[in-house]
Design a protein around this ligand. Structure first.
Ligand code: ADP
Ligand code: ZN
Length: 729
């Protein structure tokens, strides 16, 4: 392939417009590089594009239009183009949508904008005040550096008026500088901690990987608080020493000021940040600086994977098992898996850090595809909380309540000590089971060995395994009693009511993602709570993520049995991960913590694995179960999400696909559904899902695209493919 095109040469340009082909243009005056970001005419508009290769030449050359201009940005590297292509092929995403992921910064085509910066002027001010002395002192201390007005005033601890006064006198000079400033250099040797023996052994293995260069993935496993972050920051330091860029991916919710402060303490300056809370101007700066190598470290959410790194040497995926790495809107992808793909294409190292890796990662480490590095002990004062079960068979809990007397006593103790308790229940607003109050029968699916789940908006019961739905019956299918069927089980809101009854004076808060308008609002609330603004926290799996609540000393798991026998293939794994993590929440600071789990089956292997710490036994049993069932990672799955404003139309399309499965049958894949999708309605659109299950070695993507191409998407109907789906509820 040519890497440079002379003026007038035909080039193929990929744009972010939803067209299914690369368009031909003539290279502009001065020519252009392969991968160049360009502006091209498209109909009456000018759009952004990337020179993707030679033109096809299947148009009349005389009619082919010219590239308008080449943007002032480093061309997209080969490695990035092949990453987008491979990921597009894997996730069945059109290339235009892939390009959109990679150009998510505003004003990429604009000339660099300017802003005022301030530095030492050289003229002595007529009169010296202590405020003025402060400002000049800062400028002298930082040598030749320049600052924005607010930065300088803040550093000097004076008002901006003082700085402006000095500008008038010529003691401080004011200049125009490009707005997109490079990020300050990070010093890999700035503030390393003394590592424990265990930690330094782990750190040197990670460093050795970076030194060796080339692709490789390591699972860094260790309980919460064992120092995984300290250890992987050593790998980051090593990449920086090699002049490489590094990326640390965190679950969006864990992208806190706390983490950035830690990075600053380690490297002496703040890294580039990339997540939904970053302003548009800052995004543009990050995108550009990453592209020209002037941002050495990016700390970001999953979409930071698509920044135009010039020399990426290391990707860390922290809390790699976290479900928020799976994007389930727009382009469906798992950032952890795509991080591994990207690294394999650009020869970078990957560190997957977790206390409780997902089974896929565990299996890859078992089979030797990934290296495994383990941290055994927990660092310093904080110790793993004391863990015990509350045997619910021996507790006297009235109907309609879920907090046992034993758990109430534990909470009482914390209340007296002025400490916080967390009641954990991974269930939002609906009832998971419909039970007959006469005979105890739970309504199950007629086709599968699964319970039917009540879906309020559909006013129906549904099997999450096969998608079968039926109305809530009037009489019990087992004992024929009338009017005895009732939705059973608490959601977090119902639990909050109960807590308010038991502890009328307590400040009870509910942390559930659906109760917050934005990730930012949630993060703010979490920070307030961490500072002590609550006595009892009621939360879903959201709180199991890496938050630090120093006052929290009790975790009560309301229903440890939840998910142990669900129809979700990842239920046991999730239960295991959540409980280990929730237990890790308690007593992270100096105060000793306690974790109690309410269960009706204290002898269940998952519960025992959590208490006894025999994780390997748990993973082996879980892996064997999945292998026998032929499900991931020992088989392949894909979801098809259909959506539209009219629920009947969406189901009709789903049924059409379910009846016309020849392309899938050819590769031995099976189809289940249609059924309401895990998120059944988004912004007024109904979502319906079909599940496809296939063997491991099957060319699933091509069969899938043949199959879905039969669907006629009339009007507002949409179809999306979700390879390796994560959510089953
Ligand atoms: P993890 O990422 O495994 O949860 P962290 O790296 O966050 O663990 O470590 C937990 C806490 O212990 C942090 O506050 C961290 O700064 C501290 N810590 C860990 N190792 C050391 C060390 N060797 N020296 C000083 N502090 C440490
Ligand atoms: Zn079923």
């Amino acid at each position: 392939m040519k890497s440079y095109f002379d003026e007038g040469d035909l080039v193929g340009v990929l744009t972010a417009q939803p067209l299914d082909r690369v368009l031909d243009y003539r290279a502009p005056e001065g020519g252009c590089h392969l991968g160049a970001y360009v502006e091209v005419p498209l109909g009456p508009r000018k759009v952004l594009g990337v020179v993707w290769g030679e033109g096809r030449g299947d148009w009349d050359y005389a009619k082919v239009r010219s590239v308008i201009r080449v943007l002032d940005a480093a061309p997209m590297r080969d490695e990035m183009r092949s990453f987008l292509e491979k990921m597009g092929a894997y996730t069945l995403t059109p290339m235009s949508a892939m390009l959109r992921l990679a150009t998510r910064a505003p004003g990429l085509g604009d000339p660099p904008s300017m802003r005022k910066v301030y530095r030492l002027g050289g003229v002595e001010p007529d009169r010296m005040t202590s405020a003025r002395e402060q400002v000049l002192g800062v400028l002298r201390d930082y040598g030749g550096l320049s600052f924005t007005l607010t930065e300088l005033a803040e550093l000097a601890g004076v008002t901006t008026g003082v700085v402006k006064g000095l500008v008038k006198q010529g003691a401080v000079s004011e200049e125009d500088a490009p707005r997109d400033l490079p990020f300050p250099r990070l010093d890999p040797d700035y503030g390393g901690k003394d590592l424990t023996e265990d930690q330094s052994a782990a750190a040197s293995r990670l460093r050795a990987g970076v030194d060796a260069g080339g692709y490789g993935t390591v699972l860094l496993k260790g309980v919460t608080g064992s120092g995984k972050t300290e250890v992987y920051l050593e790998a980051v330091a090593e990449a920086l020493r090699h002049g490489q860029q590094a990326l640390v991916l965190l679950p969006e919710i864990a992208l806190s000021g706390e983490f950035l402060t830690r990075v600053e303490a380690r490297f002496g300056a703040k890294p580039a940040e990339w997540h939904s809370g970053v302003t548009m101007t800052e995004r543009r700066r990050v995108w550009r600086m990453v592209g020209q190598g002037d941002a050495q470290l990016v700390v970001g959410a999953r979409s930071a994977l698509f920044l135009p790194y010039q020399n990426l040497g290391l990707i860390v995926v922290d809390e790699e098992h976290d479900t928020s790495y799976k994007q389930e809107e727009g382009v469906f992808y798992n950032a952890r898996d795509m991080a591994v793909l990207r690294a394999s294409l650009c020869g970078a190292r990957v560190v997957l850090a977790s206390a409780t890796p997902c089974l896929e990662t565990w299996a890859n480490a078992e089979s030797g595809k990934y290296e495994r590095v383990e941290l055994i002990s927990r660092f310093g004062e904080s110790v793993l909380p004391e863990m015990r079960t509350i045997d619910m068979r021996r507790e006297d809990v009235p109907a309609g309540e879920w907090i046992s007397p034993a758990l109430r006593r534990a909470v009482d103790k914390r209340m007296e000590a002025g400490e916080q308790s967390l009641l954990f229940l991974n269930r939002r607003g609906y009832a998971p089971v419909t039970i007959c109050r006469a005979c105890g029968h739970q309504i199950g699916c007629d086709q599968c060995d699964a319970k039917m789940v009540e879906h309020r908006f559909l006013k129906r019961l549904m099997c999450h395994q096969c998608g079968e739905t039926k109305p809530i019956p009037e009489t019990c299918p087992s004992c024929a009693a009338e009017g005895k069927l009732a939705p059973v089980g608490p959601g977090v809101e119902r639990l909050a009511e109960e807590a308010a009854r038991h502890w009328p004076d307590a400040r009870v808060v509910v942390l559930s993602s659906d109760l917050f308008g934005s990730a930012r609002a949630l993060k703010e609330r979490i920070e307030e709570i961490a500072k002590g603004d609550a006595d009892i926290i009621i939360g879903t799996q959201l709180v199991a993520k890496g938050h630090n609540f120093p006052l929290l000393t009790l975790v009560g798991v309301i229903d440890a049995d939840l998910g142990l026998q669900g129809s979700d293939l990842r239920a046991a794994e999730r239960t295991f991960q959540l409980m280990r993590q929730v237990a890790g929440r308690a007593g992270r600071a100096e105060r000793p913590g306690e974790a109690v789990m309410q269960t009706y089956q204290p002898e269940h292997p998952v519960i025992r694995a959590i208490l006894g710490g025999d994780e390997e036994a748990f993973w082996r049993a879980e892996a064997a179960g999945r292998e026998a069932a032929g499900v991931p990672p020992y088989g392949r799955m894909a979801g098809i999400i259909l959506s539209g404003p009219d629920v009947q139309e969406v189901f009709d399309l789903g049924n059409f696909l379910a009846r016309n499965t020849a392309p899938l049958a050819r590769v031995g894949a099976q189809v289940y559904g249609p059924a309401p999708a895990p998120i059944a309605r988004v912004r007024g659109r109904h979502r319906v899902r079909l599940l496809v299950k296939a063997g491991k070695g099957v060319a699933l993507q091509s069969a899938l695209s043949q199959w879905v191409s039969q669907a006629k998407l009339k009007g507002q109907l949409r179809l999306a493919v979700d390879i390796d789906p994560q959510s089953f509820f």
